[in-house]
Design a protein around this ligand. Structure first.
Ligand code: HEM
Length: 89
C-alpha cells in the first residue's frame, strides 16, 4: 500500500510517542478526538491551527518541531492528525 507524505512525516516524527494515535508518555493525552477536544487548547474552535501550534512549539515533554519540520510539513501532519482523529484512527 502507498503511504502518503503526511503519513510518512507522522511515522518519522510522531509515532515514537503517538503510535496509533496514542500517547506513551501521558496516557490520557492521546490524539483521539475526545482527548483533543478535552485537553488541547483551542481545538474546539480551530482544530488544525491548534494542532499546528502544539507541533511548532511543543509542550512539556513534547519537543518543538518548528526548527525540524517546514511550515508545509507541519501543516500536512496537522491535517493528517485531524483527519485520523475524525476517523477514529
Ligand atoms: C501531546 C501531536 C510528537 C509527546 C500532543 C498533542 C498533539 C500532539 C496534537 C495534544 C494531545 C492532547 O492534548 O490530547 C504531535 C505531533 C507530533 C508529536 C503531530 C509529531 C510532529 C511527539 C513526540 C513526543 C510527543 C516525538 C515524545 C517525545 C507528547 C506529550 C504530549 C503530547 C508528552 C502531552 C503534552 C502535555 O500536555 O503535557 N502531541 N506530537 N509528541 N505529545 Fe505530541
Amino acid at each position: 500500500a502507498q503511504t502518503s507524505n503526511a503519513a510518512q512525516i507522522f511515522n518519522n516524527n510522531c509515532a515514537a510517542c503517538h503510535i496509533g494515535g496514542g500517547n506513551i508518555l501521558i496516557s490520557q493525552k492521546t490524539l483521539k478526538k475526545e482527548a483533543l477536544s478535552q485537553y488541547l487548547e483551542n481545538y474546539n474552535s480551530d482544530s488544525i491551527q491548534a494542532i499546528i501550534y502544539q507541533v511548532q512549539n511543543g509542550k512539556n515533554a513534547m519537543p518543538a518541531f518548528k526548527s525540524k519540520l517546514s511550515t508545509q510539513e507541519i501543516l500536512e501532519v496537522a491535517s493528517y492528525v485531524f483527519q485520523k482523529a475524525e476517523q477514529g484512527w
